[in-house]
Design a binder for this molecule. Structure first.
Ligand code: ADP
Length: 175
């Protein structure tokens, strides 16, 4: 079995030039917004919002794919994370985002994908709980991947990076 690497870095999701697909923590309308969506749309240019118009709206947990436009990446995978405690069950919906994005990238024959910490900004998901869902879901899906070989988690702050690093280093993230 070929190895799949899972790594955590501190950085900007819109500046991951060596990655095939970056994941957008999108809003339902797939329009530019604050945080991750703002950074991705600003770097991709207006063509991204134009293409996204036909793909919207999406539901919590869903993932859809577009081109990368002016980004260095071939594709953007847009996921709508749950608003914590409002879109329920939040844990399942957040896990669906990671699973659906990975499966979509794999079906497209992509070899690398980068995720931000979906739902942990304006959607209010506590970072520890979000890290647990992200890492455990990624670990569940990895054995089924045939094309994706690198999964990168891109955290915006040193504190968030430390939380994700610790979760990745733990042997049983689901417990
Ligand atoms: P959501 O609406 O899903 O909560 P946000 O974009 O508000 O999404 O935030 C998700 C997470 O991404 C937060 O932890 C935030 O600090 C972080 N973040 C914001 N901008 C960026 C960026 N440019 N690159 C990577 N992470 C970012």
């Amino acid at each position: 079995m070929t190895q799949v690497s899972i790594e955590c870095v501190r950085g900007n999701i819109a500046n991951q030039p060596d990655i095939d697909a970056i994941v957008n923590a999108a809003n339902a309308r797939l329009m530019p917004g604050s945080g991750v969506a703002g950074a991705i749309h600003a770097a991709a240019g207006p063509g991204l919002a134009e293409e996204c118009r036909q793909l919207a709206p999406i539901e919590p947990g869903q993932a859809v794919i577009s081109g990368g436009h002016d980004l260095p990446n071939a594709c953007v995978i847009h996921c709508l994370g749950p608003v914590y405690g409002v879109d329920t069950p939040s844990e399942k919906l957040l896990a669906d985002c990671y699973r659906n994005a990975l499966e979509l990238a794999d079906r497209q024959g992509l070899s690398s994908i980068a995720f931000p910490a979906i739902s942990t900004g304006v959607f209010g998901y506590p970072i520890e709980e979000a890290a647990k869902v992200a890492v455990s879901t990624i670990r569940e899906v990895v054995p089924d991947l045939t094309s994706v070989r690198l999964i990168r988690l891109v955290l915006f702050s040193e504190g968030d990076l430390a939380v994700f690093r610790a979760m990745l280093a733990s042997e049983l993230p689901g417990t």
